[in-house]
Write a protein that binds this ligand. Sequence first.
Ligand code: ADP
Ligand code: MG
Length: 638
Amino acid sequence: MSDIIRLLPESIASQIAAGEVVESPASAVKELLENAVDAGATSIQLEVLDGGKSLIHVLDNGCGMSPADARMAFEKHATSKIREAEDLYKLHTMGFRGEALAAISAISKIELRTRRVDQELGTHIQLSGSQVQSIEVCVMDVGTSLKVQDLFFNIPVRRRFLKDHKREFDKVLREFVHVALVNPHIAMTLHHDGALIKDLPVASLKGRVLGVVGQAFEKKLLTINYSSPMLSITGFVSQPQSIVKSGLKQYLFVNGRYMKHGYFAKAIELAYQDVASEGLRPSFFVYLTVPTDTIDVNISPTKTEVRFSEEKLIFDILKSLVREALSASASIPVIDFDPDKALDIPAYPGRQETLVMPELPSVVSPTAGPRGEATGGGGYARRVFMSGAGQKSSSPAASRYRASSMDINWDSLSEKFEAPPADEESSSLFAPRLTEAGGTLLPHGVFCGAEYPSVGQLIYKGRYIVTSLRRNLTIIDYRRAHERILFERYMLELGEGKVEVQQMMFPEPLELALDEAQALERLWADLTSLGFELERIDEQTYTLLQAPSAILEQATDLLRRLVAHCIETDEYNHDYLVRAMAMAMASGTARPYGQELSSEDVEALLAQLFATSDPNLTPNGKVIMTTFSEDFIDQRFG
Ligand code: ADP
Ligand code: MG
């Protein structure tokens, strides 16, 4: 019996292999774009015809190739990027199989023009089904132009399996977007059948996200930021009220690459469960940076899936971070009575040495230092120029792993609970106030204590003070009460220019759109009087050097909000500015739920609450207290 096993001819074998690597025009697009990014381009233009089936053309201004490299690039396992097997596990460069160009050239007609900066002339190579047709010199700018024509021209079966132009183009667009979202420092354009589909100038990360998904998203995004030596997270999540059923945009990037990671997507979605109704899912653009040796990207052939060594921990951090952003956005109070589930973001344990991040110039969060060194909350130089003596903020070390300051120093607050001076007491404390129900209120201990023996107040669910006021039963949300008190205090302080400020040890860059920069200029004098200190870097870039202590960690966000409001209303309003600042400061420093309150604390809180202009409502209109009349209670007991 003769042997039946025969080796496939080399050309057929490479076509089969190519078919596995290049499954559609979109997969070729992905490889070519990633090569252009790897080549250090600052401008990449992609043009496709017929959904990429007839032509894919990528033009970049990157490093280019020498004549020898240009020829070598199409050989199997040709790569300038992997020197050792160990490099395979790193994710520093985008494409790293060393066979993308070989695979693509096996199943298409290729025209490459490329020139390096140190060479006068470029190289022009044409290939068809891996066969070199011509090599010539050419005149061109530095960079690379790569045209892929007639994909699968020599595998008709595969060509027939391609979808219609529209669906192939949708996939191409998706790959383009994935690359665009991690490379805001690269100007990118996309043309389909002659029409300009995307034109993305160099931008900040947020600017790029908006460029991709549309400026309408601007007000719908909350910023998240976290930085520790082993993990940094930055990005944007949608405001709960702007969650939509369709048009879902969920993007997760790991070390500068788009990745599918259902588990982390779940963490983000879980953070919304208290605020979104069933079935509504948030959009997000989340960028994780981790040391390359803590991930395994080789679990899927296209390397769009990744496994982390600390998956559960990252899950927890991500969830807390998003929850905190949601609560800080002030659109919803996040109330967690279980101290174990407090908003503190878990610390990422492990090595403490400085982490060297991959080259992701604009992706690393602005709060992280260059190359992702964790600056965390590690360094704020404090400068107090007002009376706030004795006030302490949480120590830099303690806040190091927190994304924002929901934690407050109790000591600093107790002084705010001191009884008001005597004259204030007589003028406002005893002044009867109208309640919502039309009755009058007097503070606990002042009135009711005189008539009945008091057994002190009850704190219900770590949130409500249950007490009696003028024989009525009253329930008071203590954090909201504190917010009202602080708001009025901050309004006064801001009015007198006496706000406590802190300097940023690591000043944060603030990149603005042109209209935002103009608005900022208009607000400049006011912002300065309110405790901000900014420095102009260029027309659209500023550095925040100092901000009021109470809002230090949300200072850039707040600045952006103020600027956005100025643009939106097209008015310049000092009162609005002061109010918005006071509200943010009050909400940032008000006593969190779940704390232990002594009866003196409660007494002082109530006394101060009733000295405010409106003890019933918070500055943004939320109910502070509710009252059940004596009759109502008596009736219940027949
Ligand atoms: P890999 O990207 O995994 O190294 P490829 O087959 O995609 O493998 O590319 C082979 C080599 O060709 C690259 O390592 C790089 O040296 C060179 N190359 C490809 N595209 C470009 C480009 N746009 N600019 C400069 N060099 C490129
Ligand atoms: Mg490549």
